[in-house]
Design a binder for this molecule. Structure first.
Ligand code: ADP
Ligand code: MG
Length: 729
C-alpha cells in the first residue's frame, strides 16, 4: 500500500466512537431551547407585543416599525441570555446552501465604550451586498444591492453564538434571488385555491396548509479516507474507483444494526436538532453500505424546508466531531445506490386533513377524491416541470439508474384508490351517487373507508406515490433544497384547484346542484389525468415507450429538462399565480444552466488532474517494475523459458500501455471538448455541450482507470479504494 493510503486506512480503522454529551433533562425540556418560539416570545415580550406578533404571524400580516422595534429588543435579550453575540439574516440563495453574514450586537456608546444593540430595522430588513450570489443577470453591477427581509412565519434560532433570522432575499428591483420568496408565494396560492375548494365541503375552512416531511439520505465516510480522495473533497463524489467485491448485494445493510461510531453521531445530531426545534424522529441504515437516513416529523412546508437546510449544515458539523464526513451528493459511489430526499407532501385545512383516507361520510369521501384528483391534474399538466424542479447535475446520476425513480414523472395510487377513481369515472348514471339530503353525496361503495385505511401498497419505483395520507415525491435529490420541488408542486396543485373551482362554479351558476357539479367536473378530470397514473414497474423498457405514447416528458438530458421552466404552460402558471415572473424564470434558468456547466467543468478538471498526478504515474511505475522483472528473467533463463515465465507480466505491461494511452488521449479530448464548449456564449447551449460532449468523455476515461485499479499492485495505489471508503467506520 502506498504510504499515504496505508496511513489513512490505519487512522480510520483505529478511530473510536466519540462519547456523546447526553443532556440530563428530558427531551421536552431542551426541545427548542435555541429557538425564539412562542414560549420564548411570551417570556421575553410584553403581552401587547406578544399578541400583536402572534396575530401578524397567524394572519400573515406585516409588522409595523414600532412593533418590530419591540420584538427586536425582546429577541436580542433572549439571544444574549442564550450566549449569542452576533446576529445574521439567514437565507437560501440560488446555490444549494444557505447564506449568513454575521454582525456583532455591539455599537459605540458615545462614551468610549460599547453597548449591545439590535433594532427593529435590523431585524426586519437588511441590505447585504449581493453581487456574489447567482442572479442570472437580474442584477446589474450598478444595482449590486440585494435586500433580505424577515420571514416571520419561520422562527429565529441560535447557532454557534449567532442569532439567525430566516429571511427572503430579493434584488433591488424586487425580483426574488432565493428559494424562499417563490416558495412562500406558492404556499399562499395553494392556501387560497385550496381553501376555496375546501369550503365546498366545510364552509368554516379558513386556510389550507401544505405539509412536508422529508427523509434525508446520506453517506458517511471516515474523514481521513475522505481527505485522501481529492475527487470527494472537490466534487462530493468519487470520479473513479472500481466496485468492491462486496457491496450491497447481500442486502445486509438496510435496517441493519447501526455501528457504534455512527450511532454516537446520530444521537449527537438528534440532540442538536431537538435543541433547534427540528423534530428528529426516525433513523436507520439505508440500502448501500455506509448509507443512512434521517427523518423528522412532518411540519408546515416552509418550516420543514428551513429545517432541512439547517439540518444539512448541522449534520456536516456534528459529523466532523465524530471523525466522519457527510456526503450529501446524490451519487457519491458508482455501482451502489445513491441518495435521495423523499418529500412526503400533504394538504390539510385548519379544520382537518384533506388527503387522508376517506372518513365515514360520503361528503368526506368526495372531498378526499377532489383533492387527490386535482393533485393528479397538477402533476399531469406539469410533469415536465416537476422533473425539472428536481433535476441537477448531481441528481442526474441517480434518476433512471434502476434504484431511484425513473426520469419520467408518474403517480402510483395503489389498487383501492385506482379502483375508486375508475368507478367514479365509469359510472355514467347518477344512480351511482345517491343524494342524501344536505349531507351531500352517498356513494354505492360501502367498503371504501375500511379498504383505504389498509392501503399499505408500496411501489418503490414510482416518483410520486400515494402512501395513505400523503403523496411521496421520491425523485428529489439528497443535496437539493426541497423548496425547488415544493414550489413547482404546490403551484401546480394551486392552479389545478383554481381551474377546478372555476368549472364547478360555472355549472352551479347554470343551476346545477353543487355535488353533481363537483362529480361531473371530477369525472372529466379523472379521464384527463389518466396518463399520469401508472402502477407498473417504472424501471421497465416498456414503460418508457408507453410513457412516450401517453405524452409524458421522457427527456433525460439535464440542461434540456430545464427548458420546462420556460414552457408556455409553466410561465402561464407561475405568472398567473404570482409565484414568479417570466423575468425571474428566465434568470433562474440562466443560473441553472451555469451551475450545471460549472459542476461538470470542476469534475472534468479534477479528473484531468487526478489522472495525470495519480493514475498515470502509478500505472507506469508498476509497469516499469514489471519490465525490469521481464528483463531479469531474460538475463537468467534461456529465451524460450523466459518468454513463457514472463507471459503474464507481458500481458499486464501491454494492458497498462494501452489503457494509459487511452486515458491520455481521453484527457486530451476532454480538454478540447471543454475548450469548444467554453467558447459558447449562450448558457443553455454551453450546458448542452457540456452534457453531450464532456460528460461522455469522463465516463470513457473512468472505465480505463477502474480497470487499471484492478491490475496495478495494491501496494502502489495511492487513493483509498471503495472497499475502504465504504466498509471502514
Ligand atoms: P417511509 O420510509 O416508510 O416512507 P419514514 O418514516 O421514513 O417512512 O418517513 C415518512 C415521512 O413522512 C416522515 O417525515 C413523516 O413525518 C412524514 N409524514 C407522515 N404523514 C405525513 C403527512 N400527512 N404529510 C406529510 N408528511 C407526512
Ligand atoms: Mg424512509
Amino acid at each position: 500500500m502506498s504510504t499515504l493510503r496505508f496511513k489513512v486506512v490505519e487512522e480510520a480503522y483505529g478511530r473510536k466512537a466519540v462519547p456523546v454529551a447526553i443532556p440530563s433533562e428530558r427531551p421536552n425540556e431542551y426541545y427548542g431551547k435555541y429557538v425564539f418560539n412562542r414560549a420564548q416570545m411570551y417570556k421575553y415580550l410584553d403581552k401587547d407585543t406578544y399578541d400583536a406578533l402572534v396575530y401578524a404571524i397567524d394572519n400573515k400580516e406585516p409588522l409595523s416599525r414600532r412593533l418590530a422595534d419591540r420584538v427586536a429588543a425582546g429577541m436580542k435579550q433572549w439571544a444574549m441570555d442564550n450566549g449569542a453575540r452576533h446576529y445574521s439574516h439567514w437565507f437560501h440563495p440560488l446555490t444549494d446552501g444557505t447564506a449568513e453574514k454575521h454582525d456583532g450586537f455591539i455599537e459605540h456608546d458615545g462614551k468610549g465604550g460599547v453597548v449591545e444593540e439590535f433594532s427593529g430595522k435590523l431585524l426586519v430588513q437588511q441590505e447585504p451586498d449581493a453581487s456574489s450570489f447567482p442572479n442570472g443577470g437580474i442584477r446589474n453591477t450598478f444595482e449590486a444591492r440585494g435586500y433580505s427581509a424577515w420571514d416571520i412565519s419561520s422562527p429565529a434560532f441560535i447557532i454557534d453564538h449567532t442569532l439567525c433570522i430566516p429571511t427572503i432575499f430579493i434584488s433591488y428591483t424586487g425580483e426574488s434571488l432565493d428559494y424562499k420568496t417563490p416558495l412562500l408565494r406558492a404556499l399562499n396560492s395553494v392556501d387560497k385555491a385550496g381553501a376555496a375548494v375546501a369550503r365546498y365541503f366545510d364552509e368554516n375552512v379558513k386556510h389550507v396548509i401544505s405539509y412536508l416531511g422529508w427523509e434525508q439520505e446520506y453517506f458517511l465516510v471516515d474523514k481521513a479516507l475522505y481527505a485522501a480522495r481529492p475527487d470527494l473533497v472537490m466534487t462530493g463524489r468519487t470520479l473513479m474507483g472500481h466496485e468492491s467485491a462486496k457491496n450491497q448485494q447481500l442486502e445486509d445493510h438496510y435496517f441493519g444494526s447501526i455501528p457504534s461510531r455512527v450511532e454516537a453521531f446520530m444521537l449527537d445530531l438528534e440532540i442538536e436538532c431537538h435543541k433547534l426545534g427540528i423534530p428528529a424522529k426516525t433513523r436507520h441504515n439505508e440500502v448501500a453500505p455506509n448509507q443512512f437516513e434521517f427523518a423528522p416529523i412532518f411540519e408546515d412546508c416552509n418550516l420543514a424546508v428551513d429545517h432541512n437546510m439547517l439540518l444539512m449544515s448541522l449534520m456536516k458539523k456534528v459529523a466532523r466531531k465524530h471523525g466522519f464526513i457527510v456526503l450529501l451528493h446524490e451519487k457519491p459511489f458508482a455501482g451502489i445506490n445513491g441518495s435521495g430526499k423523499h418529500c412526503n407532501w400533504s394538504l390539510s385545512t385548519d379544520t382537518g386533513v384533506l388527503l387522508h383516507a376517506p372518513g365515514k361520510t360520503p361528503e368526506s369521501t368526495l372531498r378526499f377524491v377532489t383533492f387527490i384528483v386535482e393533485t393528479l391534474m397538477g402533476v399531469y399538466r406539469h410533469n415536465g416541470l416537476l422533473k425539472a424542479s428536481i433535476m441537477s447535475a448531481t441528481n442526474a446520476h441517480r434518476l433512471g439508474a434502476n434504484e431511484a425513480p425513473p426520469a419520467i414523472i408518474s403517480s402510483f395510487l395503489g389498487k383501492q384508490l385506482s379502483e375508486l377513481l375508475d368507478h367514479i369515472e365509469q359510472s355514467d348514471s347518477e344512480d351511482d351517487f345517491i343524494m342524501a339530503g344536505k349531507q351531500g353525496l352517498k356513494m354505492d361503495i360501502p367498503e371504501i373507508p375500511e379498504l383505504m385505511i389498509d392501503n399499505t401498497d408500496r411501489n418503490r419505483t414510482s416518483p410520486f406515490a400515494f402512501t395513505g395520507n400523503r403523496f411521496e415525491f421520491r425523485a428529489v435529490g439528497s443535496e437539493a433544497n426541497c423548496a425547488s420541488a415544493m414550489i413547482a408542486l404546490n403551484s401546480a396543485v394551486a392552479e389545478a384547484l383554481t381551474d377546478f373551482k372555476a368549472r364547478v362554479d360555472a355549472l352551479i351558476a347554470q343551476g346545477e346542484d353543487r355535488v353533481k357539479a363537483i362529480v361531473s367536473v371530477l369525472r372529466e378530470d379523472i379521464t384527463a389525468c389518466k396518463p399520469i397514473r401508472f402502477d407498473g414497474n417504472g424501471y421497465s423498457e416498456e414503460w418508457v415507450e408507453e410513457a412516450r405514447r401517453r405524452g409524458l416528458d421522457c427527456e433525460t438530458s439535464c440542461p434540456v429538462i430545464f427548458d420546462n421552466y420556460l414552457s408556455e404552460s409553466s410561465v402561464r402558471m407561475f405568472t398567473s399565480l404570482g409565484v414568479m415572473t417570466r423575468k425571474e424564470l428566465e434568470a433562474r434558468n440562466e443560473v441553472k444552466w451555469e451551475t450545471y456547466t460549472k459542476k461538470i467543468q470542476i469534475e472534468a478538471r479534477v479528473m484531468g488532474d487526478l489522472t495525470m498526478n495519480h493514475i498515470i504515474p502509478v500505472a507506469t511505475h508498476y509497469q516499469s517494475m514489471l519490465l525490469k522483472n521481464v528483463q531479469s528473467m531474460r538475463a537468467v533463463f534461456p529465451a524460450e523459458k523466459a518468454e513463457k515465465l514472463s507471459s503474464r507480466n507481458m500481458k499486464i505491461i501491454e494492458d497498462i500501455a494501452e489503457r494509459t494511452q487511452a486515458i491520455e488521449q481521453g484527457v486530451e479530448e476532454l480538454v478540447n471538448a471543454r475548450k469548444v464548449a467554453n467558447r459558447i456564449a449562450d448558457e443553455r447551449e454551453k450546458a448542452v455541450a457540456y452534457h453531450d460532449t464532456v460528460v461522455p468523455k469522463m465516463e470513457a476515461i473512468r472505465y480505463h482507470i477502474d480497470k487499471l485499479e484492478l491490475c496495478v499492485s495494491d501496494e502502489l495505489w495511492t487513493q483509498p479504494k471503495y472497499r475502504e471508503l465504504l466498509f471502514i467506520r
